[in-house]
Design a protein around this ligand. Structure first.
Ligand code: SF4
Ligand code: SF4
Length: 383
């Protein structure tokens, strides 16, 4: 397992492969413990708990007894349980009761991340950030009941506004190659609608790209939901591309987006957890999503670096994907942010070492002018 840092949460380390909770919901206490044991034994230490289902909370509380410190817990504020079902609310009285219920059932006195649940609409954003919900989150953070404030969203415009408040430490966002084509919408169902993909798209949606770059610059950690698009990405008939990705390609795609720290895989069994973690044993070819993307006529990525790494190895060892990522962060900002300069400095080889041999360009499925990019990186980043 590999780990990445939640920079705004005391550099807490979280596993790149993490767990969503939906696959745990209908499990017995014994099955639940088996899945948690399996996850921990494979190095997974990060779990999202969007569901307010009391049974889920009881089972997790029992399964993690004595092991609280081994887990990074991400709970959702404003997801409540009412009349035997899940409900999203902005009623802070209900949110408070649900949060206290969560701590009690889990047997802990804090959550690492308290995530404001599911903000996709403009008016909802206004209500959350100019009302009681954000005040409640600040209160929880000041009391140490949560160590970081997060927000979950499917809408890149709203997510960006939230990050720009400076109050958000972690963003849970829906990321996969199909959703990344889609323009922003307040209705997340558009993401799942096959009709949304029929006309084709010119590469990655600029609002999504800008969101990921903003998060990377501001050290706001993105943890990913919908990595497999609810399973559609894995099925040629359901995939909007008409081609199936495999699990490894989906995970690799997410982990190579700027700002992303973890993918929350929706595993329903111990074997599905093993399958997700076997990503680390997969070959470079098995993980390579660039070949699938570059073969599509309706979706045009030409000239845009997708950070896929397919151009490696560079003759002098430059990590071209990382250089391009940092370059794009600077270009989007119109300056060199300190965080980006620091990350760039840590690279083993820099753009200035490029000898313009052209080896990488022949390997890039998206026709990126890499030699020009390296020159631009030297101009912008200095070396
Ligand atoms: S330059 Fe091309 S091959 Fe290299 S990371 Fe970017 S898109 Fe992938
Ligand atoms: S052109 Fe530059 S970046 Fe590409 S392989 Fe050669 S040295 Fe590396």
């Amino acid at each position: 397992m590999k780990y990445r840092e939640l920079k705004r949460c005391g550099n807490l380390k979280v596993s790149e492969i993490a767990l969503g909770c939906e696959g745990f919901i209908d499990k017995t206490a014994e099955e639940f413990r088996g899945m948690l044991d399996k996850a921990l034994s494979l190095g997974i230490n990060f779990i999202d708990m969007y569901t307010p289902n009391p049974l889920f909370r009881d089972h997790l509380g029992a399964a993690m007894k004595g092991r609280r410190q081994e887990l990074v817990l991400q709970g959702h504020i404003c997801a409540v349980w009412e009349d035997g079902q899940y409900l999203r609310t902005r009623d802070v009285k209900k949110a408070r009761e649900a949060f206290e219920d969560q701590l009690r059932r889990l047997g802990t006195d804090y959550l690492d991340i308290g995530m404001i649940h599911y903000v996709d609409g403009e008016s909802d954003f206004e209500e959350v950030f100019h009302g009681d919900v954000i005040a409640y989150c600040k209160e929880l953070k000041a009391e140490g009941k949560i160590h970081a404030i997060g927000l979950s969203s499917h809408n890149p415009v709203i997510a960006r506004k939230a990050v720009e408040t400076g109050l958000i430490d972690v963003l849970m966002f829906s990321v996969n190659a199909a959703y990344d084509m889609q323009p922003p919408s307040e209705d997340c169902n558009a993401l799942f609608d096959p009709a949304s993909y029929q006309k084709g798209f010119a590469g990655m949606n600029p609002d999504r790209k800008a969101l990921y770059e903003l998060c990377a610059r501001e050290d706001v950690a993105i943890d990913v939901m919908k990595v497999f698009g609810g399973g559609d990405m894995l099925n040629a008939e359901l995939s909007p591309f008409g081609v199936a990705f495999n699990e490894y390609q989906c995970i690799e795609y997410c982990l190579t987006r700027p700002g992303v720290v973890s993918v929350m895989a929706g595993c329903h069994s111990e074997s599905e957890i093993e399958k997700a973690v076997s990503y680390y044993d997969a070959s470079k070819e098995e993980k390579d999503y660039s070949l699938v993307l570059s073969q599509m006529d309706k979706f045009i990525f030409k000239g845009n670096c997708m950070y896929c790494g397919h151009c490696a190895p560079c003759s002098v060892g430059i990590n071209v994907a990382d250089v391009n990522k940092y370059l794009n962060l600077c270009l989007a900002q119109g300056q060199v942010p300190e965080t980006v300069a620091d990350h760039y400095k840590l690279l083993e080889h820099h753009a200035s070492e490029c000898i313009a041999c052209g080896r990488c360009e022949g390997n890039c499925p998206f026709g990126v002018g890499i030699i020009e990019k390296m020159k631009k990186a030297v101009e912008v980043l200095g070396y």
